[in-house]
Design a protein around this ligand. Sequence first.
Ligand code: HGY
Ligand code: MN
Ligand code: MN
Length: 415
Amino acid sequence: MRPGVTTSLSVDGARLMRRIRTLAEVGAIPGGGCNRLALTDADRDGRDLVVAWMKELGLTVSIDTVGNIVGVWEVGSGAPVMTGSHIDTVRTGGMYDGNYGVLAGLEVIESCQGAGIVPSRPLAVGVFTDEEGARFAPDMLGSLVYVGGMSVESAHDVVGIDGARLGEELERIGYLGATPCPGRIPHAFVELHIEQGPLLEVDGVRIGAVTGVQGISWQEVTIDGQSNHAGTTPMHLRKDPTYVAAALTVFVRDLAERYGGNQVCTVGKIDVHPNLTNVVASRVAMTLDVRNTVEEILQKAEAEIAEYCATLADLEGVSVTRRSLARFEPVIFDDRIVHLVERVAGQRGDSVQRMPSGAGHDAQMLARVCPSGMIFVPSHKGLSHNVNEHTDESDLVAGANVLLDTMLQLTEFQL
Ligand code: HGY
Ligand code: MN
Ligand code: MN
């Protein structure tokens, strides 16, 4: 197929939606949403379903040593044009985050097969392990190992928030594969994903041509104080980690307000021990998720937080220890792919705008080894990591058509 020639081919929207809804039944939360934390039984069931669909399409399916699933339509020659995403979810996830990109990749292949279009390169769909990082940090763990950014051994030794070891969970669910990591390097990688933010909907634009991903800094902060009686301990004698956790929570919120721009800070997890009404806690473990599109500003935020933790420790007579859970610098996508997404969307008659991604994605890891990019579609009210996550079907289908054209044109690109 010659570059610049869009196909008259379109995906089968009904079939795509059927797959999305069928996968959403796995780990379904009563009332809506999905709970398929990485390497749980629900994740296994979701994986089994997607692998079965891949095999129905005649794809060559491999499972690697960190559980990444790659289905390849082995046509043409050379390195594949790859798409994909993840099917693990957060505990209160929606039905589109990650799932949409994987299933649209299958839909692109099935649409080509149905139309007798045989690309000049193989087409691949990746299902990357533990993209969310919600159970096993860091996020994008599977794609990070796939591109050689983390050793398989280190990944296997990661201990989850429930005390499970990643390698053992992989084995337990039957997805400790034999295909080595780093994985097969694609000719190019493009990921289709919901925006998970409000910008496209507010701007009334259908397609996002994603320019890159902001920097991510996750850390676990452990505050050790002194448990004591809530009734008898005078306030000035307390070593109260819960107070320190609250002060730190307010501090990072204020820091984000002070910095403005793209700065975001989140305290998403707080565990208090012994977590009882009449006990001044002995320990609090909490997480900080701090992000910015500019590396230098992200480092400045990290330094301010470290200094404030030391100050609090002195003032309150507690110990504060910090452990990095994830640290990824901002990533810029290949402008040729960003431009291609813009052009293809325009040729399809879709409104399109360039934009950064606030969320982390597997594409930011593939960008380490091949030209990579992303396509966004709107999220209703910007909601995600929320059971009410929603994207209109017409937008989902439009995004899949942009993925179709982008992948087929990438098969002809000399990158
Ligand atoms: O954390 C993230 O941005 C992604 O959802 N894993
Ligand atoms: Mn995602
Ligand atoms: Mn997510």
